[in-house]
Design a protein around this ligand. Structure first.
Ligand SMILES: [Zn+2]
Length: 75
């Protein structure tokens, strides 16, 4: 059985790489490569700082995605 903490951790990814990524909302790539880690969201929100410390948060609700789309740039 999966507890809530596991789900939260699965959907919040931190990484080091690209610097200064603006807060951006993406749809998953159509080829499915973004889903290879088992994420099943309708899209994701991502950003990074000048040191390249980034995060990606998967969004599971289309309603939440649409709300975010009004606030940030969507690709
Ligand atoms: Zn792809």
């Amino acid at each position: 059985m999966t507890n809530k903490e596991d789900i939260v951790l699965k959907n919040q990814i931190t990484w080091v790489g690209e610097v200064n990524r603006p807060l951006t909302l993406f749809r998953p790539c159509e080829c499915g490569c973004d889903l290879r880690y088992g994420n099943t969201g309708v899209g994701f929100l991502t950003a990074s700082d000048p040191q390249g410390n980034g995060f990606t948060i998967w969004i599971e609700s289309e309603e939440v995605f649409q709300g975010l789309a009004r606030e940030v740039e969507e690709y």
